[in-house]
Ligand binder design. Sequence first.
Ligand SMILES: *[C@@H]1O[C@H](CO)[C@@H](O)[C@H](O)[C@H]1NC(C)=O
Length: 186
Amino acid sequence: MQVCLVVILPLLWPLINAQVPHWGPCPEPVTQPAFNFKLFMGRWFEIAKLPAQFEKGRCIETNFTLQFDGTARVLSSEILKGELRTMEGTAVVEDKKNPAKLGISFSYVLPYTPYWIISTDYINSALVYSCTDVLRLFHVDFAWILGRSRSLPESTINHGKEVFTKNNIDVSRMVASRQQGCDKLP
Ligand SMILES: *[C@@H]1O[C@H](CO)[C@@H](O)[C@H](O)[C@H]1NC(C)=O
């Protein structure tokens, strides 16, 4: 076991270090009760995110469209270095007993990564959390505050952070996403 860790940790370290590592397994947050996948469809703007280090683009938004098979097509876009970049994926309800536990994949070859709806009112804002255990020793996580418009009231953002914190999700390093100057595309 020890030998294994000595070998594996340095290999994983760049990945972990670029994100927000926490010891122990993923927290088990409460998710949106009676989550309605259909009402979640449509356009969401990224208002704040954790961690800050990657995804340096701005004007990040995601458009969810329900498909006939009950999955959703996911179209994400951002402006990076003056160019509009898009990424297409699929969202599924992974756990029928808890429909707020979605999974998203951006490629046929990649597994679904967790995309849990912690809370949403469908019409203004949503709190999303994604966490992956690494060897059950530590976890790497992502969190987003999404809005139906490009900005949300400060009180909504602060309340969102409180909800994450109450669920043992550390959002002290959460940063605001840039949503300025997005309507005049390059
Ligand atoms: C979202 O996707 C749907 C279906 O492809 C499309 O009709 C709609 O115009 C898109 N909305 C935005 C804002 O891109």
